[in-house]
Design a protein around this ligand. Structure first.
Ligand SMILES: [Zn+2]
Length: 251
């Protein structure tokens, strides 16, 4: 049976980083074989790339919209990506729910999209309430990547699929009341989804708030399999194949 692949876990943040050994032990004994750790700002590039030297762990480097105020040095980012063999640029995006200037967010996002396109490296996208603006930019550049923590319905999902993106499902599919997301999960093509925990902050049914870990990717996989009326192995294999297709084999 294929391993489990958590495409988005903030292992560099508390409480995960303070308990790394235990967190990884629990993940590996639950069948997790790979984890992608996204950075959020230039300050976290080093710690994320150090984590990526551990077996089974890869990193994504970039500047998250919440940290966009200071801009992004794309020469430095390109150098870091090359030096560390990072799997992606991330997490990057647009978040119209924060106080950070939209103009600044757009500029930082656009620069990183251009870099991804030049380097032909995938992107890990964060988007809140800025879907039109994001799609507009994605349609102008040819980039590969994933939109993380999908929270919307199938119509909007289709537009991201048409733009060539993978859709990442997390804790929301485990919540019975998350009807829009569950409808998306029931319709996403089998070769276009991946799974994530977005630990430690994302909530999953049955896990106390703020306590999610990569091992909980099992719950996402089970919920998705139930929703699609497929067996677990089939879903796990598809998620693994899609994640490797997106992020590549580990060095
Ligand atoms: Zn995240």
């Amino acid at each position: 049976m294929a391993g489990l692949f958590d495409t988005h876990s903030h292992l560099s943040l508390e409480p995960l980083c303070g308990n790394l050994e235990g967190v990884l032990e629990r993940a590996f004994s639950a069948g997790v074989e790979r984890i992608v750790v996204p950075s959020v700002s230039a300050d976290s590039w080093n710690v994320c790339s150090e984590l990526a030297s551990l077996p089974g762990i890869s990193c994504a480097l970039g500047v998250h919209p919440w940290w966009a105020e200071d801009g992004v040095d794309t020469d430095e980012l390109q150098k870091k990506l090359q030096e560390t063999g990072a799997a992606a640029i991330g997490e990057i995006g647009l978040d119209w729910k924060t106080e950070v200037s939209r103009h600044k967010q757009y500029e930082v996002f656009q620069k990183q999209i251009e870099l991804a396109s030049t380097m032909d490296i995938p992107v890990v996208l964060h988007c809140r309430n800025a879907f039109e603006e994001m799609l507009h930019l994605l349609e102008e550049h040819s980039v590969r990547g994933v939109i993380h923590a999908w929270s919307r319905g199938p119509q909007l999902m289709k537009r991201f699929l048409d733009a060539g993106l993978y859709i990442s499902f997390g804790g929301a599919v485990t919540q019975q009341r998350a009807l829009r997301v569950r409808e998306s999960a029931s319709l996403v093509p089998m070769d276009r989804f991946v799974f994530e925990t977005d630990s430690p902050s994302m909530s999953l049914a049955g896990v106390p708030a703020g306590k999610s870990e990569p091992e909980h990717i099992v719950l996402v996989t089970q919920a998705f399999a139930q929703l699609r009326k497929l067996n677990l192995e089939e879903v796990q294999q598809a998620a693994w194949n899609n994640s490797v297709e997106l992020f590549g084999e580990q060095d």
